[in-house]
Structure formats: structure tokens, C-alpha cells
Ligand binder design. Structure first.
Ligand code: HEC
Ligand code: HEC
Length: 139
């Protein structure tokens, strides 16, 4: 089935990014954040949401290049357009889950987020079985 534009995000095609950024959570698609956000994130991996996610400089540079070249303000396909609408010209958001486009589609009761199969908003795969392939249909 073909997903709606808003229900699809170009998937991560870069193997190194899939591996290194898919260790603790799903490797999020670059289209959810603008290039400057990925740039900042890749420069602050030793303090990554309270975790140390640092990797070697060569790997980090390759991942940075991939994420920024495919960022939501560069490749505007799929849901990227809807997410980029909310980002101010000087905004450098680090979370996908704080974007109003996300918040609006995920206005669930707290008990939903506390379900032990969900635990955190960033656990996209718990609700979207095709999330790592870029599919976010309502399922
Ligand atoms: C050592 C574990 C670890 C690794 C490796 C890691 N992360 Fe994370 N990441 C986390 C944690 C913990 C959070 C916060 C999760 C939460 O609050 O639900 C997070 C959150 C994120 C978020 C924000 C999710 C949201 O809430 O919108 C993004 C984007 C992100 N990581 C990108 C990356 C990228 C890019 C890489 C690869 C360079 C990476 N992560 C590697 C642990 C990791
Ligand atoms: C607790 C379950 C849950 C989690 C966790 C979750 N989602 Fe969703 N998401 C949904 C549901 C349900 C909808 C459909 C909402 C609707 O149709 O009103 C949705 C809708 C979406 C849409 C919009 C599709 C459309 O119809 O326009 C996108 C994009 C999306 N989610 C991305 C994500 C991403 C990225 C993550 C992780 C960072 C995530 N979701 C985490 C349940 C979840």
C-alpha cells in the first residue's frame, strides 16, 4: 500500500548511520530535523540526551555528511515538509518529538506513553512497525 505523503519519510540509506545511530534507538530519518540540528548533534555526541554516544571522528564526519545532505530543509520529501514548517529560521531543535507536527499527531493520554512496550515518545517502532523503513501510517 502506498502511504500518504505525511505518513512516509525517506528511510536511512547510509549503512554506517543505520549501525551507529541505531544502537540505542531506531536510526531516525534525517528528514525530521534541519541540517543545522544534525550538525550540532554530531558535535555534541559525548553529551547526547544524558548519554555518551561519542564515536571516532571519521565515522562522525561521515554520518554528519549523510544527515546534513538529507536533512528536512534539504530533501523536503514526505513528512519533512510538515515538520520543517514549524522550525524557526534560527531554531536548532534536537528533538523530533518536540516538533509541533509530532505533538499534534501524538496527543495521547500519559498512560499511553507509560505503556511498558512504549516507555518513551522516541520509541517510534513500538507503534509504527515500519518506522525504520520510513512508514508511519496509523497502525
Ligand atoms: C548510547 C546510546 C545512543 C546512541 C549510540 C545514539 N543515541 Fe540518540 N538518543 C539516545 C537517548 C538516550 C536519547 C533520548 C531518548 C528519549 O528521551 O526518549 C536519544 C535521542 C535522540 C534523538 C531525539 C529523539 C526525540 O525525542 O525526538 C535524536 C534525533 C537522536 N537521538 C539521534 C541520534 C543520532 C543521529 C545518533 C548517531 C550519531 C544517535 N542518536 C546515537 C541514545 C543514543
Ligand atoms: C504510542 C504510539 C506512538 C509512538 C511511540 C509514535 N507514534 Fe507516530 N503516530 C501514532 C499514531 C496513532 C499516529 C496517527 C495519528 C492520527 O492519525 O491522528 C501517528 C502519526 C505519526 C505521523 C503522521 C502520519 C500522518 O497520518 O500524518 C508521523 C510522521 C509519525 N507518527 C512519526 C512518529 C515518529 C518519528 C515517532 C518516534 C520519534 C513516533 N511517531 C512515535 C502513534 C505513535
Amino acid at each position: 500500500m502506498l502511504a500518504d505523503d505525511d505518513e512516509w519519510m525517506p528511510p536511512v540509506t547510509h549503512t554506517l548511520t543505520r549501525e551507529e545511530c541505531g544502537d540505542c534507538h531506531m536510526a531516525f530519518q534525517p528528514g525530521f530535523l534541519p541540517a543545522r540540528s544534525w550538525n550540532r548533534m554530531m558535535g555534541t555526541l559525548s553529551d547526547h540526551f544524558g548519554d555518551d554516544a561519542s564515536i571516532g571522528i571519521e565515522k562522525a564526519n561521515a554520518i554528519r555528511a549523510y544527515l546534513t545532505a538529507n536533512a528536512g530543509d534539504v530533501d523536503r520529501r514526505g513528512a519533512a515538509r510538515g515538520y520543517m514548517r514549524w522550525i524557526t529560521p534560527d531554531g536548532v531543535p534536537q528533538r523530533i518529538t518536540e516538533n509541533p507536527a509530532f505533538v499534534r499527531e501524538h496527543d495521547f493520554r500519559p498512560s499511553v506513553w507509560q505503556r511498558h512496550d512504549v516507555v518513551t515518545k522516541s520509541n517510534c517502532l513500538s507503534c509504527h512497525k515500519g518506522a525504520d523503513r520510513g512508514y508511519y501510517e496509523d497502525d
